[in-house]
Structures are given as C-alpha cells and as structure tokens.
Ligand binder design. Structure first.
Ligand SMILES: Cc1cc2nc3c(=O)[nH]c(=O)nc-3n(C[C@H](O)[C@H](O)[C@H](O)COP(=O)(O)OP(=O)(O)OC[C@H]3O[C@@H](n4cnc5c(N)ncnc54)[C@H](O)[C@@H]3O)c2cc1C
Ligand code: SF4
Length: 329
C-alpha cells in the first residue's frame, strides 16, 4: 500500500486548513471504500495525506428541514439512508436506489459524500496503468476492453463512466449539495456537482469539488404533490456490481398528465446523463400504454458507443420503457 499520513481534524475549518496546506496531495478520507483501494493498488494519483472526517461532529445525520425537505450529512452511511424511515416516506425511489448500491457490508462503511465523489472504476486506472487519470497521456479504455466501465455516450480525454447510483437517483428530486470552501459555503445542484471528466486543480475527475473543499450535506427539497419516481438498474450480479445501465425518473403528474419530467441515465456516460429530449417529449403527454415505446424511439440519439459497449444503450432504452410502464401503472 502507498504510504500515507493521516490527520483527524475535529472541525470542518481545521480539515480545510490541512487540505489547503497539502494541496492535491491530500484528500478527504470518509469510509475509505474507494480511497483505500486506490492506495492499496499504489495509484500514482492516490493522495499521500488523508484527512479523516469521521471525528468531525455534525456530519452524520438525516433530518427534516424547516421547509419539509430533508438534509443528509455528508458522512452519513449509505446503510443509514437505506434504512431511514423518513427517507422511505418522502423519497422512496432514493431508498430503492441506495439499496442497490454495492453490498450490505460496503453500505455499512460507505458514506453519501463518498458515493457522490467516488473515483471511476475503469479497470485500467484501478490496475495502475499510466492513463490520463493516473498521470499519463493515453486512454486505454477507449481502445481496449470497454464493455463495462466505459462510456457509450462519448468522452473527452477519459472514457470511464461515472459510477455512482446516488447522484443518478438524487437528480430527479432536484437535490443540491452543500460545500464548505475557504471562501465560504456554496450550494450546487447534484448535476452541477458531477458534470463528468473535468480538469480540477490539474487533475481529471468527475466532480467539481476542489482539493481544499468539503462536501458537508445533501439537501432534498420537499416532495411535491403528484410526484412519482422510479429507479431501475441492470448489473451483472444482484450485489456488488455497478450499473451496466440504470435509469432514474421523476414525473410531476396532474391526474394522468405529465406536467414535468426528469429522466436520468446512469452507467452509460461520464456523468449521470440527463436525457432532456425525452423530458421535453414527455411534458404535457398523458400516461398511456405506448408512451414508453414512443419515448424509446427518441432516446439517446447522441449515443456514441465504443467497440464493445453498444449493448449499454439497448439496456438503457429497455430501462426507460420499463420505468415509464411502472409509473403509468
Ligand atoms: C465492490 C464495490 C462495489 C460497488 N458498487 C457500487 C454500486 O453499485 N453503486 C455505487 O454507487 N457505488 C458502488 N461502489 C462505490 C462505493 O459506493 C463507494 O466506494 C463509496 O460510496 C465511497 O464512499 P466512502 O465513504 O467509502 O468514500 P471514500 O473512499 O472515503 O472517498 C471517496 C472519494 O470521495 C472523496 N470524499 C469523500 N467524502 C468527501 C467529502 N465529504 N468532501 C469531499 N470529498 C469527499 C474522497 O476524497 C475520495 O476521493 C462500489 C464499491 C465497491 C468496492
Ligand atoms: S477511461 Fe479514464 S480511467 Fe480508464 S484508461 Fe481511459 S483515462 Fe484512464
């Protein structure tokens, strides 16, 4: 394992100071289920200084806010989300989605912020290849086996898919992330948080969080009357595995009419892929038996599969149809 030094700050300000001091050589250490694997595999890009946030008070909670929405502390375990009665009552689709993340053991260790900000799981990066994300100048995923961990929707430098399920499921709820930064607090929509394949502080990453910033909580607005949502995920095995494709949807319904829609695909692109063409098509439509078929006909027109992953697009379209059927029932 790569040698590291660990800090255990007790406040967010202290943690930010340490992160600022060490720049890109330091990283927040939450559950460690992603970070420790990168260290174990001695990735060039893995940090040398870990800032363990588990001793910081007030980062682990799920609470209702004054507006009737819910705020989730960044260090809250995925298992705690999966078991939360409050979340199940207000946002059942989110609870369904987090229950499909990895395995019970991993959900006990992983945090919501870690899931949102996790590194990609491309086998070349994780195997220590010197690719764009690991200090090199090449993408092996674009030319090698790209059947599982790679984008079927194009890419810039890196072709890895964004792997997290929580972000895909949070976007239909218009959820936001709160960040502590040296300049003060800032808030971003989840889709702004993980725009995919960005250069941030000289590193390629899927999210916009700078090396001295800390995600402190996720805020979900109150559920609106008439809102129905679904989450579908296809993976090789029923536990452990990442999405080959997933689809999270949210419909604002007025009777059987769709007033507004959110359609987000996971597992097929470098970011949770919001399919705005399908959203626009669905707006104003009445739920019907052939609506799924019509939506599939216009979905993912920008697909750009690599040599071995065109099947991801077929899977995503199938999930779109089954999600619409579920919401129409
Ligand atoms: C076998 C396996 C299967 C998996 N399957 C799935 C799956 O199906 N779906 C899915 O969504 N995920 C899956 N994962 C990923 C897993 O959910 C993540 O590894 C986990 O959520 C990361 O959380 P953590 O608390 O352990 O983060 P860590 O490993 O501690 O950190 C992950 C990253 O986030 C950063 N970070 C963490 N917290 C903060 C914060 N508060 N502020 C700023 N930066 C922060 C860290 O610096 C690091 O870069 C799987 C992982 C494994 C090993
Ligand atoms: S897809 Fe990304 S992580 Fe994988 S080899 Fe290419 S640059 Fe590296």
């Amino acid at each position: 394992m790569k040698k590291v030094s660990i800090y255990r700050p007790t406040t967010v300000d202290e943690a930010m100071q340490i992160l600022t001091e060490h720049g890109t050589k330091a990283a927040v250490y939450a559950g460690g289920t992603d970070l420790l694997i990168r260290l174990k595999n001695r990735l060039e890009q893995a940090p040398s200084f870990l800032v363990d946030i588990k001793k910081i008070d007030h980062l682990r909670y799920i609470k209702e806010d004054a507006q009737g929405g819910v705020e989730i502390g960044a260090a809250t375990k995925i298992a705690e989300l999966a078991e939360s009665k409050l979340l199940a009552q207000k946002y059942p689709m989110l609870v369904e989605a987090v229950n499909k993340i990895s395995s019970p053991e991993l959900r006990n260790a992983s945090t919501i912020a870690g899931d949102l900000l996790q590194e990609v799981w491309c086998q070349y990066l994780r195997g220590g290849y010197s690719c764009w994300r690991n200090g090199g100048y090449l993408c092996y995923g674009a030319i090698g086996d790209n059947s599982y961990y790679h984008s079927a929707m194009g890419g810039r430098l890196c072709y890895a898919v964004y792997p997290g399920d929580a972000a895909t499921a949070l976007i239909p709820y218009d959820a936001r992330a709160k960040l502590a930064t040296p300049q003060g607090e800032k808030e971003l929509l989840i889709e702004q948080l993980v725009p995919g394949d960005m250069q941030v502080d000289g590193k390629i990453q899927s999210h916009v969080v700078r090396s001295n910033e800390i995600l402190t909580s996720v805020v979900i607005p109150p559920p609106r009357p008439g809102f129905k949502a679904s989450f579908e995920k296809l993976r090789p095995r029923g536990v452990w595995d990442f999405a080959m494709a997933s689809c999270a949807m949210g419909f604002h319904l007025n009777g059987k009419t769709i007033d507004d829609a959110r359609v987000v695909f996971g597992g097929i692109s470098g970011k949770p892929y919001r399919e705005t063409a399908v959203e626009a098509f669905l707006k104003g439509k009445t739920l019907s038996d052939d609506l799924g078929e019509q939506a599939v006909a216009i979905a993912l027109a920008n697909a750009a599969p690599l040599k071995y992953n065109a099947t991801k697009i077929d899977m995503a379209k199938g999930l779109l149809a089954s999600g619409i059927a579920r919401l129409s029932a």
